[in-house]
Write a protein that binds this ligand. Structure first.
Ligand SMILES: [Zn+2]
Length: 143
């Protein structure tokens, strides 16, 4: 078999296989994104409906990748609800969401009473709820 006919037979075969591989990779990536988005929804429903458990949870990177940009939290002391924009945290993107709770404090309590009131996590959300007052709790010092 000469070089030319080998290229005609195997070249076409190789090109077709490469196209199928790229297509399969695209489908796989899409499936991964769907799984992560569903994991964010499961975690949120568990937290909002049952108060936990918070572990395991998606990471900051996974939540953002699935379009969940906000972590909704509520102050344990004054009940004020707020949200944290996950895109603007000074944390590594591999940080698991549940690890954030301990380092967040209520902005309203800090401003009004100069103490750091703890918050608890409610859920991940795709959009900031604009129906009520919102604030972005800062991270505690040293974390
Ligand atoms: Zn508070």
């Amino acid at each position: 078999m000469g070089g030319k006919s080998r290229d005609r037979i195997f070249g076409d075969k190789l090109r077709a296989a490469k196209i199928r591989l790229e297509s399969a990779k695209r489908e796989s990536r899409q499936a991964d994104r769907s799984i992560i988005a569903a994991e964010c929804e499961v975690w949120s429903a568990r937290m909002e409906g049952y108060g936990g458990p918070a572990q395991p949870s998606p990471t900051i990177e996974q939540a953002i990748g699935a379009g969940f940009f906000f972590l909704e939290v509520k102050c344990r002391r004054c009940n004020h609800q707020g949200s944290v924009d996950l895109r603007h945290l000074r944390r590594h993107e591999s940080t698991e969401i549940w690890r954030l709770e301990a380092s967040l404090s209520c902005e309203r309590c800090r401003a009004g009473h100069r103490w750091k009131a703890k918050v608890y996590m409610i859920k991940l959300s795709r959009a900031r709820d604009t129906s009520g007052p919102w604030y972005a709790p800062d991270e505690l010092d040293g974390h």
